[in-house]
Design a binder for this molecule. Sequence first.
Ligand code: AMP
Ligand code: MG
Length: 344
Amino acid sequence: MTIFSIFIIIFLKFPEQTVISMKKFLMLLLLLSTLLTACAQTEPIERSLFAMDTYMTVRIWGDEDDLDAVCDLIGDLDAALDAEDASSEIGRLNESGHLTVSEETAELLALAVEYSIQTGGAFDPTVRPLVSAWKTAETEPPTVDSLLPLIGTEKVKVDGCTATLSDGAQIDLGGIAKGYTAQVCMEMLAEQGVDCAIVSLGGNVQTLGSKPDGTKWAIGIADPENPDETIAVVRFDWSMALVTSGGYQRYYEFGGVKYHHILEPETGYPAENSLASVTVLAQNGTLADAFSTALFVMGFEEAVEFWKGRDDFEAVFVLKDGSILATSGAAPLLTDCEFEVVSR
Ligand code: AMP
Ligand code: MG
């Protein structure tokens, strides 16, 4: 019912009182319509940028200042968290083994350790020596056995803003940094009074609120066999993070053989199991990112057991044989594909 029809009904039912308070009512009407126009900004503004080694898009139903603030925040986090950059906080921490870092970096390091413990080490931010070995190998896969003693989050201590690495440990936040960035962007926008936004940071998507036009968010899951195509679509109309980890996203190639970028911390080699990709759906973007990496390392069966023990995420699994499986909470949101439901 429109404000105008409410006004007509009031007028017909209570003509005398309405005439007396007409002035007040008209003022209220004016105020309400101004407010509604302000809230229901129908056209979003958008910006694309390259950061964290990937293309990013930020779309908000807000103003240019809000957009500037988000892009600045992404730039700051990129500069602090990039292990490849020797002058970043993580670069300097890896170099010296001991550093007082910004509050955000300290918070993320502590979360990375926490999620590593929760996932039984499947997600492990100390994979940096392994990642470096794979990145710098030239003609054949690296020999990583001698690096395995350097891996393990028990070698990372975060005390307030001071981080300490022991036993030659080094940090790589590539498996969690984009999710954390999306999460803090959304928190900042919400604090600035923005009701609706979506960021896509590489494979990480996070939404804030529901769209003013009433349509749902529709987030495609890439087909691992043909990543430019979508294999399924997730539809919903609330705040949520969706993060996909897949062997198809990045890889190293030696002698015509592809080795993907998600490493099993126990062996130092790319995780090989029946999964082609896993998409985690969660309220929290940082958790979604850490868990997408962890679930991919665990493999389908172990990932399902892990999901059964928690209530803070759902998942969509794409297996190498092309089949799609969705946990019971993800299933109602999944469209444009055939899939099986995984229940608790
Ligand atoms: P994602 O795409 O979020 O699954 O993260 C993959 C990136 O995280 C890789 O490119 C590495 O930088 C890093 N990484 C690889 N294996 C792991 C692991 N097991 N735990 C944590 N980070 C990892
Ligand atoms: Mg991840």
